[in-house]
Design a protein around this ligand. Structure first.
Ligand SMILES: Cc1cc2nc3c(=O)[nH]c(=O)nc-3n(C[C@H](O)[C@H](O)[C@H](O)COP(=O)(O)OP(=O)(O)OC[C@H]3O[C@@H](n4cnc5c(N)ncnc54)[C@H](O)[C@@H]3O)c2cc1C
Length: 247
């Protein structure tokens, strides 16, 4: 239950407000505005100009408050990221939900976070007025450190692929695979569809062994949606499809 609403005009003001107890950043509010019994004060980020999306060197920097739909429509994002966002949420939700809110709220079934994990996205975190740090998404989803996400940075000169299996074309996938390959040959494979966070199955100097890595990563991935036997076989098939797509 939202008990107080703040709309700061500056980042400094927002960070000051976020030092108060039971106070959380408000992105699109699609999750935070759901009914709960726990009282929370929210700090709306919409005036902080954190919704920009721009190239930065060889990277693409996405402001934390950029809506999923803005990223979806941008010609700067890779095609595979578009596919992952489409699976993440329907249009109305994509118009409100922000990239940072989706990372924070996302679990292992999130196609968007799975894609970001494969791309080795960097998360810029503002912990206080003087403490800003950038960490890899692998570390972020392991610890969910406190702090305000201000930006997400993605590599631009990479090849990407995303493949998913779901009950309907827009349902949250039961299994999904995201693969990113750098010019050097470095290949990262992330799996989603299961658990508390997506799983990094492979981060190698080449794509060799990706199918086996997918099988191994999901050998215990059983839940109410699918058995581990099913998921590990599908993960290997999706990894192969990703490899084919990157050729
Ligand atoms: C009816 C409905 C039910 C849903 N139920 C769930 C659910 O149970 N579980 C789930 O995972 N998703 C759920 N979702 C999906 C949710 O909408 C998405 O996860 C969405 O992408 C969240 O993005 P947002 O910008 O709206 O986040 P918000 O609702 O604004 O915030 C979500 C979380 O992220 C934090 N946050 C936001 N911005 C930042 C930032 N810049 N830095 C640090 N932290 C930040 C917030 O404090 C909050 O903890 C639901 C959506 C709908 C419409």
């Amino acid at each position: 239950m939202i008990t107080a609403y703040h709309r700061p005009k500056t980042l400094e003001e927002a960070l000051e407000l976020l030092t108060q107890p039971d106070t959380a950043p408000l992105g699109g509010g699609t999750l935070l505005s759901q009914p709960t019994t726990a009282p929370v004060s929210v700090v709306d980020l919409q005036l902080l100009m954190l919704d920009q999306l721009a190239p930065k060197g060889n990277d693409l920097e996405i402001g934390a408050v950029c809506a999923l739909q803005t990223l979806y429509q941008s010609e700067r994002r890779p095609e595979a990221l578009k596919a992952a966002i489409q699976f993440e949420a329907p249009l109305n939700l994509r118009n409100s939900a922000t990239v940072a809110g989706t990372i924070v709220a996302g679990d292992g079934r999130s196609p968007f976070v799975t894609m970001l994990l494969s791309m080795d996205a960097k998360i810029t975190l503002q912990k206080s007025k003087t403490d800003s740090q950038t960490i890899g998404i692998s570390e972020y989803i392991l610890t969910y450190p406190k702090g305000l996400i201000t930006a997400i940075t993605l590599p631009s000169n990479v090849k990407t692929a995303f493949e998913a299996i779901s009950k309907t074309p827009t349902d949250t996938p039961i299994v999904c695979a995201a693969m990113t390959q750098w010019n050097s040959g470095r290949t990262r494979l992330a799996l989603g569809g299961y658990g508390k966070t997506p799983t990094l199955a492979l981060d190698g100097t080449e794509a060799e062994g990706a199918e086996d890595a997918a099988r191994n990563a999901y050998h215990e991935a059983g839940d109410e949606w699918a058995s581990a036997e099913y998921r590990l076989e599908m993960a290997a098939i999706l990894a192969k499809r990703c490899l084919d797509a990157l050729k």
